[in-house]
Design a protein around this ligand. Sequence first.
Ligand SMILES: Nc1nc2c(ncn2[C@@H]2O[C@H](COP(=O)(O)OP(=O)(O)OP(=O)(O)O)[C@@H](O)[C@H]2O)c(=O)[nH]1
Ligand SMILES: [Mg+2]
Length: 392
Amino acid sequence: MPANLPAEAKSKYREASLARKPEEKIKKLQEFMSLFPKHKGTENLRAQVKRKISLLKKEIKEKKQKKTGASTGPKVFVEKEGDAQVVILGPTNVGRSSLLSILTNSKVAILNYPYTTTVPTPGMFNYHDLQLQLVEAPALMEGSSEGGSWGLQTLTSARNADGLVLMVDLSQNPIEQLSLISRELEKAKLLTRKPKARIEIEKKHMGAKLKFIVLGRLIDCSVKDLTRLLKSYGIRDATVKIWGEATLDDVEEAIFEGKVYRPAIILANKADHPKAAERLEQLKKLVGDEMKVIAVSCTTKTGLEELGAEMFEMLDIMRVYTKEPNKKDASLRPFTIRKGSTVFDLAKRIHSDFYKQFSYAKVWSKRLRFSPQKVGGAFALQDGDTVELHIN
Ligand SMILES: Nc1nc2c(ncn2[C@@H]2O[C@H](COP(=O)(O)OP(=O)(O)OP(=O)(O)O)[C@@H](O)[C@H]2O)c(=O)[nH]1
Ligand SMILES: [Mg+2]
């Protein structure tokens, strides 16, 4: 991308996004695909449209089954539970189920033959006061991003997660496995590297017109160019929010609801294999400082102690405990909020009234010279802080 689409294709896409019935949407999307050439520049878009079509087909099938009372079959992804959801992603047999069964209460089948796990399977992993929901996604393979076999379940699960564990196997060639994972993630528009720009396009009711909120910077384009681009796709009423540095191409990608960023770590399993050390070194060299690589063995149970801390670090979240004004002790279960959040963010998270009627807060923290300290809403919180909110 950008695909440099012909006007005809753009208007077909507009028709597809306006279509209400899934059957009609599928037809329009198929027509849309036939209206742009097949080449490298459109490869990702093609994969993405195919994924959309698979999802729509599944939707139709589920509706039909509901009508006839038949079982709706396995879910595409696991509903979130706990504080954050981490999906374990990797090719078959790398030991995803083994990891899930060690870290959680989940009873999964572990077998020495491929493709044992065929539905996204969850388990709860307790890390300090946090509950991390781990989900084993069915094995990733060549073509998963186009929705084949259970590719749809696998990549939709990854898309829906808060973070990813990319699992490879040191008894095989971990570099080949990682490049398979990267290729499929890229085609499914899942980024594991923080993008420079984040763009949200929220479609609004007719007559609302286009509104732009640029919190970052536009590169080589103006709001006028953006307006022209959006209108060429038939988007006339929407709020467009831009963080970071965005180009016109980035905005065009966002029109296709494309890219999402999910933080990830690499887990190299089967460190007990005789060739593991050598292969691990090669893998680490290739990855460099782009991502954390952790070596473990689910068989000998080595290297697993650090996993909780590494996942927590990856998720970029912090634990904040709350206390009621007249009580002695803080809550046992913390709130999990994004790193860098303020007292206001916490207040909003608890209840909008806390935010609207906020007066001040008291914060207990190891990093403060005196605790508690009376602070305002803009006070930046840190992991482990205890907060007492006071309202007017
Ligand atoms: N040597 C060694 N074998 C392991 C390790 N972890 C898992 N295995 C073996 O690898 C095989 C596959 O393990 P699973 O946990 O079922 O792998 P999976 O990734 O869930 O595989 P599928 O769901 O079938 O795609 C089993 O025979 C495990 O006993 C390890 O650390 N070392
Ligand atoms: Mg499995």
